[in-house]
Design a protein around this ligand. Structure first.
Ligand code: BTN
Length: 266
């Protein structure tokens, strides 16, 4: 599989030697953290055929069966302060939209902050995790994990996900080759890494253009508290500006944001 992926990458691709393929693993993000703690270099890419403990945002599970999706993590060592990298999830989402467009022809949207969507259904998700160097408080390493549904038909998803999830095959009406999707994702991640600290503004403009949350009626859910409002803007660090029904405005950086009419929220 690694060889097939490499065959789809440009010749002398800088991260090619650092690609590691696992037939099955608990979570590529968890394994990437272990490797990073043991000194794995910037640009190490982990890909799995399936995950038994795929993780999503807010402690959720990411359904990761064999042969149907791409489950991938990359280790980055940008060597900067965490404040300079608040946009990492957004930058990754933009990069993945471009990879998906390149490989499939469809243009996905982004549901704030980390969901890739097409026609109001989830196509994939992103989980970024940072570890700081206790001495300098700079980033020791960042793990960027992405899962994209490639080949599923509707009944391949668990019943509770069928109305909310989609795949590249369902979106395009064509079968998709996971190896070429993985290669497009890796290449887009490398390109993102080249401009991560220098082209933040342009990346965030692209993010806002692709963000389907903006202008929508949403609810912000934190623990037991649910507030209703409208999503107005996304700032340069990826925070979502919300105007609540009582007129209050707030930059939201955490919690669950649901869009009315999407993923079963009415
Ligand atoms: C989400 O939907 O909240 C994020 C999902 C992220 C899933 C990917 S799959 C590869 C990597 N390994 C994991 O355990 N999670 C990420």
């Amino acid at each position: 599989m690694k060889e097939t992926i490499c065959n789809h990458l440009p010749r002398n691709f800088p991260w090619a030697n650092g690609i590691i393929y696992y037939e099955s693993i608990d979570s590529t993000n968890t394994r990437a953290k272990e490797l990073a703690q043991n000194g794995a270099p910037h640009g190490t890419v982990l890909i799995a055929g399936s995950q038994t403990g795929g993780r999503g945002r807010m402690g959720r599970q990411f359904h990761s069966p064999a042969g149907t999706g791409v489950y991938l993590s990359v280790i980055l060592r940008p060597g900067c302060s965490p404040e300079k990298l608040m946009h990492l999830t957004c930058a990754t989402a933009v990069a993945m939209c471009s990879a998906i467009h390149r490989i499939s022809g469809i243009t996905p949207g982004i549901k704030w902050t980390n969901d890739l969507v097409f026609q109001r259904k989830k196509l994939g998700g992103i989980l970024t995790e940072l570890s700081l160097d206790p001495q300098t408080s700079n980033i020791d390493y960042a793990i960027v994990g992405i899962g994209i549904n490639c080949r599923q038909q509707e009944t391949d998803f668990p019943a509770e996900l069928q109305s909310m999830a989609t795949s590249l095959a369902l979106c395009t009406g064509r079968d998709m080759d996971c190896a070429s999707v993985a290669a497009a994702m890796i290449e887009a991640l490398w390109e993102m890494d080249q401009k991560l600290l220098t082209e933040k503004h342009a990346m965030m403009e692209e993010y806002k253009n692709a963000c389907v949350t903006l202008g929508q009626a949403i609810s912000v859910c934190r623990g037991d508290v649910v507030r209703h409002g409208t999503a107005l803007d996304v700032d340069e660090d990826g925070a979502l500006l919300v105007r609540y029904s009582n007129g209050d405005q707030e930059f939201v950086t955490s919690g669950e944001v649901s869009i009315r009419g999407m993923y079963g929220y009415v």
